[in-house]
Design a binder for this molecule. Sequence first.
Ligand SMILES: [Zn+2]
Length: 133
Amino acid sequence: MLSLGLPPYAVREPEKMTGIRVSHTVQEGGAFDVVCGELLRGGFALTWTHESEAAPHLTEEELEEEKQQEKRKTSKARSKTPFFCEKCGGKAWAKDTARLVCGQCWMPMHTEADVTRSRQNAGQDQMPTRKSA
Ligand SMILES: [Zn+2]
C-alpha cells in the first residue's frame, strides 16, 4: 500500500496503519495519484458509482459495541469447531484448540482439518492441493 502511494490507517487510531477496520488515503504525488491522473486525463471514466467510500463516522459507544461484537463473533466461531470420532462417527463441538476423546470408544476425536492433514501426510489426497505461499 505504501509503495503504491496509498498509505493505510486504522479508522479508530489514524496514527496506526493496522487495526480491525482500516482505510487508506491517496498520497499526493504517489504512484497511484500519478498513474490515476494519467488514466483520467486520457479520458477513462467509470460507468458505475459506489454508494460511499468514506468510513462511517461512529461514536465512541458505537466503536466499543462494534469491538465487542467482533470479539463475540471470533470466540463463538472458535468454539464451534466440529470434532469427529473415526470409529463410531460421534460428533462434538469445541474450540479448535481443544483435544477431545470419544466417551464411547476412548479414541481421540479429530477435526476436518486434522483428517485432511493426515490424509495428505499419508499421500492419499485425491485432489491436488495448492501450495500456500
Ligand atoms: Zn467413538
